[in-house]
Ligand binder design. Structure first.
Ligand code: DP6
Length: 390
């Protein structure tokens, strides 16, 4: 039987302390022995996610300023094939990127930065020439962030290469599988913070939180506690209000939290909101869920409005939609609510049981506020999938 060359102390930790992720450090993710393979390719599909408690503000090395929690999505995903072939010299990084079959040099700087950040953990990066072929299921430049799905898909492809290079069995043991997933999330985080929450589903926590055993700043973990049936198959209809280029990149946005007058209070608030959500999920308390989720979205935007320089990322139609959701809720008693990313699009969240009623409402009242009437129907999903190994 082939043996994994993962550092032995990792496996000891994983097997004996499965919930003590917070004891893991960066060095646990360093690959130190591996063999050489000429060429191959791996394909992974990885979803986007929508934060309920937002990650906004980070420290060095992609460490979040506060813990966050998200629903993993199902339909909005990136499918990435990573082809690799051995180079003669292990000098510079060498790769090409294609989006929907077209060469995409504009993606290269972000991937180069990603490779630099993860090189210490996957030292084979300079040994190969890579061809990255990627496609999103959601329309390009729809304003939906593809960094979470894209970076997590790429991180998983790299982990499949690592798995091959260490001669692991095709079927991993439970501890090995757990390490594979954690390291994929760890690498994805270094590409884009929120990407570390896309590897698994359906609820993922990232960032150390005192009430959530196993939570870590280094990678996302599945939410470990009871979740009431009210939250099963939760629906997310994404209303595309503004499909334009992002006004502020998230990296710049996170930077605005440094020296922000309200930063410390905000980080504390996120922490408290996540504590409250634990009981909300257990009890199926949709009213408290709505107040936390909507407050989180508005606070994220409030932080941007109160930073220097300041930004308003909502559009008039964003507000129209929010107001209509509030009126609808008041008139019908529905538990529909909204959340926002760092942009103008609106995620309309609602329980599966309300599907028919809320979809009617969306079609009749909200779609008129979308750019070209465009929206995407999605729901909670269960994480990334391996599509092909060659
Ligand atoms: C508003 O993960 O895109 O979506 O780490 O700089 O790549 P980087 O940032 P990114 O930030 C996402 C911010 C957010 C909230 C969230 O997803 O938690």
């Amino acid at each position: 039987m082939k043996v994994l060359h993962y550092k032995i102390q990792n496996l000891v930790k994983l097997v004996s302390l499965p919930l003590q992720n917070s004891y893991m450090t960066e060095t646990d993710f360093v690959l130190d022995q591996y063999s050489q393979i000429d060429s191959g390719s791996h394909t992974w599909s990885s979803p986007s996610n929508i934060a309920l408690v937002k990650y906004w503000g980070k420290k060095d090395n992609q460490i979040p300023a506060n813990s966050s929690i998200s629903f993993t999505l199902d339909n909005c995903k990136t499918v990435t094939t990573l082809r690799y072939s051995k180079k003669d010299h292990a000098d510079d990084f060498s790769f090409e990127v294609f989006l929907d079959g077209d060469k995409k040099d504009s993606f290269k700087p972000k991937i180069e930065t990603f490779f630099k950040r993860i090189e210490a953990y996957v030292p084979f990066l300079r040994d190969y020439h890579f061809v990255i072929e990627t496609a999103n299921t959601f329309p390009h430049s729809s304003g939906i962030a593809s960094s979470a799905s894209g970076m997590s898909a790429l991180a998983l492809c790299l982990m499949s290469i690592e798995k091959e290079l260490i001669g692991a069995n095709v079927i991993l043991s439970e501890a090995e599988e757990s390490y594979f997933i954690k390291k994929a999330s760890f690498l994805a985080r270094l590409g884009s913070g929120s990407a570390c929450r896309s590897i698994e589903g359906d609820l993922v926590v990232w960032g150390e939180h005192q009430d959530i055993q196993g939570s870590s700043d280094l990678f996302g973990v599945k939410y470990p506690f009871e979740v009431h049936k009210n939250f099963k198959n939760y629906q997310d209809t994404i209303l595309l209000v503004d499909k334009g280029e992002k006004q502020v990149s998230s990296t710049v946005g996170h930077g605005l939290m440094h020296n922000h007058p309200f930063a410390e209070e905000r980080f504390k608030q996120a922490h408290d909101n996540l504590s409250t959500l634990i009981n909300v999920f257990k009890a199926g308390d949709l009213d408290t869920f709505i107040s936390i989720v909507e407050s989180e979205a508005l606070t994220l935007h409030a932080m941007m409005m109160a930073s220097m320089p300041y930004f308003i990322l909502m559009k008039p139609n964003t507000l129209e939609i929010i107001n209509k959701i509030w009126v609808f809720r008041q008139e019908t008693g529905s538990k529909v609510c909204f959340t926002l990313d760092a942009g103008a699009n609106v995620h309309v969240l609602y329980p599966e049981a309300e599907c028919e009623q809320v979809c009617e409402f969306i079609k009749n009242e909200l779609v008129a506020h979308c750019q070209n009437g465009q929206y995407i129907c999605d729901q909670i999903g269960f994480g990334a999938r391996l599509m092909k190994n060659e």
